[in-house]
Design a protein around this ligand. Structure first.
Ligand code: HXC
Length: 260
């Protein structure tokens, strides 16, 4: 697939999506978001893609936010539409059946932090910086930040970041649970691929349902969520991979999963 604002490749089942507007620090404009939306739809139906990594082009930024020069002239109605557009795309990323890992290689601000939060896992390089600086612009986060940040780090720390606009280091982001791992810049993609490959070596339905149960459980009360977990737990007992996994353990060998 050819894009103007994205670079896309697939290797050994792992797709790498590189947001590619380095001169604007990969700021999210409508053209980039439209391409990203198309690509996510295609990945959702592509069984050759078993996991995806999202990263930014260049050494400076993952994504420095939504494109401020494009937003500058928007009316309230257009701005609401832009927020809805981004929210719908990020929701599609969150709901992809495949695992998605953000490899955060620099600034992840505003919409960039929000994109990273829509991924399942965040790996950051030591030079990454996170923040929701929208209050500096007279706006609030509009691609999910006011909702996903408190879910990830708790309301107190989320409110501090959203209400001060402060930027934080990768180490601080790891400390508050916003990122899973911090590694040297040259190790970033390798670390993201290592995590993806580990997930791909496990029973595919079990991995997919683990993601789905966490995502859907957040929208339910605990009793319904636990009932859903038991339902899926039982269903997986009907799969060949479950039998293979438990048999392999008892036979002291490694399992050979077949997504059946
Ligand atoms: C458009 C941007 C941009 C952005 C950077 N650029 N961020 N263009 N939108 N969000 C452009 C700059 O204008 C500049 O272009 C080039 O990228 C390099 O940036 P500099 O500012 O020169 O770099 P530096 O001095 O190193 O500062 C880096 C930075 C700063 C700290 C990341 O660029 C910055 O503060 N950017 C804005 C961050 C931000 O407020 N993000 C939130 C946006 S609101 P030229 O042409 O001058 O070289 C948001 C809302 C999401 O994301 C929800 C929407 C519904």
């Amino acid at each position: 697939m050819n894009f103007e604002n994205l670079i896309y490749s697939v290797e050994e089942g792992i797709a790498t999506i590189t947001l590619n507007r380095p001169k604007a620090l990969n700021a999210l404009n409508s053209a980039l978001l439209t391409e990203l939306s198309t690509l996510i739809d295609s990945i959702a139906n592509d069984s050759s893609v078993q996991a995806a990594i999202i990263t930014g082009a260049g050494e400076k930024a993952f994504v420095a936010g939504a494109d401020i020069s494009e937003m500058h002239g928007k009316s309230p109605l257009e701005a609401r539409g832009f927020s809805q557009f981004g929210n719908a795309i990020f929701r599609k990323i969150e709901q992809l059946p495949q695992p998605v890992i953000a490899a955060v290689n620099g600034f992840a601000l505003g919409g960039g932090c929000e994109l990273a939060m829509a991924c399942d896992i965040r790996v950051a390089s030591t030079n990454a910086k996170f923040g929701q600086p929208e209050v500096n612009l007279g706006i609030v986060a509009g691609f999910g930040g006011t909702q996903r940040l408190p879910r990830l780090v708790g309301p107190g720390i989320a409110k501090e970041l959203l209400m001060t606009g402060d930027m934080i280091t990768a180490d601080r982001a790891a400390q508050i649970g916003l990122v899973n791992h911090v590694v040297a810049p040259e190790e970033l993609l390798g670390k993201a691929k290592e995590i993806a490959a580990k997930m791909l070596s496990k029973a595919p339905f079990a991995v997919q349902f683990s993601k789905k149960l966490v995502n859907e459980g957040f929208n339910m009360d605990l009793d319904r969520a636990l009932a859903m977990e038991s339902e899926v737990f039982g269903t997986l007992f009907g799969t060949e991979d479950r039998l293979e996994g438990m048999t392999a353990f008892l036979e002291k060998r490694s399992a050979n999963f077949k997504a059946k």
